[in-house]
Design a binder for this molecule. Structure first.
Ligand code: HEM
Length: 458
């Protein structure tokens, strides 16, 4: 495919020198207020503009939405070497995870990705399956028949436990205490609707002070964990299969103490809320679709005699479709950011290197050019034929190209093992009904509690 000519149906001819359309009547109108007040509404407005590249200006930053799958592929895959993650992300997160895999660039990124890859090989991830199912079973054990349940906090506790065990292999209650405050203050700092998102970290706002305190607690806890590891015998260390062991086994030049902290925090930030939200949305969708939930129960009952193992997942195709469709409708990573390192041409438009590109899963996944009835939850749309027809980057909840999510296999397996374990035991009745009120934080998050009632199955 040529880089300037999308192969799939695209919108409107572009003449050289044209500028991408912008939301707002006045060209170059500052969109900051709209973005502050209602980020999701702003995205929806961009979606309704029927253009594959849309300009915006928020808080002094000029950027472009890129909403055609072929252009998504061009930026993330084909021309990946011409883009970096960009200033917006570095400003928001650099101080915390600038040395972590998510934000590193170039040779340093490549070296770290290669060093960390073994922790995410298929066999390694499969070995985490028991932990994932075990914590899901304990989550289910804690519920009572008929109980009303707020899904997100329950799923956040679950995914933090799984990460604590698989990443750090530590007493999770202690780690959770050190982590929760840091993760929640980072959520506030990265909410585009909050002033904090635009305030440098050195400004002593209450949020920033809280972030600093939480960060210091996290580092102190990590120091304790590392010291305990270093005191272990070689045999004890060899018996561990957590990610921290891998990081500690790397030489100092590849992984010094600062980078180790950034890497672990990267995994925690990238893997915790994202998976908890995926589970929350999937259970919310099932609770509001009794037909889909019944189909899932039938499949689970016909296939499983006990709680699921990773190999059972091959025999649960409907479960796979439920997850795929939930991630389409509510992609926790609702957008991907990039910044060109040189002038580039996208969809016929010239784009300057200072531009922040927003490549929004949230809009592309709901584009009616690729999805019939795009706002409907229809797991059955994911037939082999449908997938064969779908443009590659009309669906990319885990990103694409060399920087795609290293935790994808981990996250999909965790989500499926948890859903299978929980849905075997319980039927979920809707308390919160659609439409969900959503906010764009670091992830796509509900702004109100998402509640269900849990009913034990016989
Ligand atoms: C449903 C859950 C998840 C979703 C939707 C998700 C989504 C994504 C996306 C879209 C990217 C690419 C970002 C970009 O191109 O700028 C990414 C990268 C990344 N994710 Fe995930 N993720 C999930 C779970 C996880 C888990 C469980 C982990 C780790 C345990 C993880 C670790 C990472 C890391 C380290 C990167 C950066 C990779 C690199 O740049 O080389 N993610 N994720």
């Amino acid at each position: 495919m040529g880089t300037d000519q999308p192969a799939h149906d695209h919108r409107g001819p572009v003449t050289p020198g044209d500028r991408p359309p912008r939301p707002g009547r006045v060209p170059l109108l500052d969109n900051t207020l709209a973005m502050f007040r209602d980020p999701l509404g702003f995205y929806d407005r961009v979606g309704r503009m029927d253009a594959d590249v849309v300009g915006f200006n928020v808080a002094g930053t000029t950027g472009y939405f890129v909403t055609h799958p072929d252009l998504v592929e061009q930026v993330l895959v084909t021309d990946d070497a011409r883009y970096e993650k960009g200033q917006l992300l570095r400003d928001a997160l650099g101080e915390f995870i600038g040395e972590g895999l998510f934000l590193l660039e170039g040779e340093e990124w490549r070296e770290q990705r290669t060093a960390l890859q073994p922790a995410f090989y298929r066999e390694t991830v499969a070995a985490y399956g028991e932990t994932m199912t075990d914590f899901a079973r304990r989550t289910a054990d804690g519920w009572d028949d008929g109980q009303r349940l707020a899904l997100l906090p329950a799923m956040q506790t679950y995914t933090l436990r799984v990460l604590g065990k698989t990443l750090l292999d530590v007493d999770i209650e202690r780690t959770a205490e050190a982590l929760e405050p840091l993760l929640s203050s980072l959520r506030v700092r990265t909410d585009p609707g909050s002033v904090s998102a635009y305030t440098p970290l050195w400004v002593p706002t209450p949020t920033n002070r809280e972030v600093r305190r939480a960060r210091a607690d996290f580092e102190a806890t990590l120091d304790d964990i590392i010291a305990a590891r270093q005191a272990e015998s070689a045999d004890e260390r060899a018996a561990r299969d957590d990610v921290l062991s891998l990081l500690l086994s790397l030489d100092e030049a590849t992984m010094d103490r600062e980078r180790l902290g950034h890497q672990l925090l990267t995994f925690l930030v990238a893997g915790h809320d994202t998976t908890a939200l995926t589970l929350t949305y999937a259970l919310f969708l099932l609770a509001n679709d009794s037909g889909a939930q019944r189909r899932l129960h039938e499949e689970l009952d016909a296939t499983l005699d006990d709680d699921p193992t990773p190999s059972d997942l091959f025999d649960l195709p409907y479960l796979d479709r439920v997850l795929t469709e939930a991630l389409r409708l509510y992609p926790p990573a609702f957008t991907t950011f990039r910044q060109p390192t040189e002038p580039v041409r996208l969809g016929g438009y010239d784009i300057e290197p200072s531009a922040q590109l927003t490549i929004p899963q949230y809009l592309v996944h709901r584009d009616e050019r690729w999805y019939d009835d795009p706002d409907a939850f229809r797991p059955d749309r994911w037939t082999d034929d449908f997938e064969a027809e779908l443009p590659d980057y009309a669906y990319y909840p885990f990103g694409g190209g060399p920087r795609h999510c290293i935790g994808m296999r981990f996250a999909r397996m965790e989500a499926k093992l948890a859903l299978a374990t929980l849905c075997r035991r319980y039927r979920f009745e809707a308390v919160t009904e659609p439409p969900l009120e959503l906010g764009m934080r670091i992830t796509l998050s509900p702004t109100e509690p998402v509640e269900v009632r849990v009913r034990e199955r016989d």
